[in-house]
Design a protein around this ligand. Sequence first.
Ligand code: OAD
Length: 230
Amino acid sequence: MIRKKIVVLTGAGVSAESGLRTFRDSDGLWEEHRIEDVASPLGWKRNQQLVLDFYNQRRRDVLKAKPNAAHFAIAQLEEKFDVVVVTQNIDNLHERASSTKVIHLHGEIFKSRSTVDYKLIYKCEGDILIGDKCEKGSQLRPFIVWFNEAVPMIEVAAKEVSSAELFIIVGTSLQVYPAAGLINYVHATVPKFLIDPKAPDVSFVRNITCIAKKASEGMSELTDILLKKY
Ligand code: OAD
């Protein structure tokens, strides 16, 4: 039997029940930090310590966090479907829940990279400090895609999305492009589902069902629907 292909697009909301803060909710990270200070090439140029402190804290938070029921439910869909996860998250909770195909659009917190050669990427489980250098002698930075930087994985993601037979969106405000634009690559006839307690406006999208619940509850409900119907 040929398995149906599901693409799941996730954002910070899928990890909220793991204790990781989202960005734009009222208690979100962007309430306390300015995007241009900590998540842009200009911010890095101005104050590397501030940027390193911000991401070192994110890494420590993820080390303490565990995948929640939503991550596990997404991983379990692999028992019946061909599943590709496209995530905007820099945490590794999908992988730790055993999802096998995960595309990280905005980088990964457990990697660092050279500032002179973007291809030099290293494993990184502890803090990155000023003075930590790549093999070419340049300061290491977090392996994160910042605002005003290209998103190298977007084409790979768009290709996966355009062959999706079912499309699921979990916990993203759909405010950041090009990630938010991926929905436009899904074929109009493909059934789409959105799980978010405060769903963004998707009235322009055809064939979409909104489940206004937290990720864990919403994914449990959706899994029942998918297993019965497809
Ligand atoms: P946002 O903080 O913009 O949006 C989080 C979404 O999750 C909102 O729609 C919330 O309603 C929803 N949410 C909150 N709690 C939830 C829960 N328990 N279950 C399900 N949904 C919940 O985060 P993203 O859309 O992921 O990029 O943000 C996109 C990008 O903006 C991030 O990857 C990051 C950020 O700036 C970079 O830093 C490059």
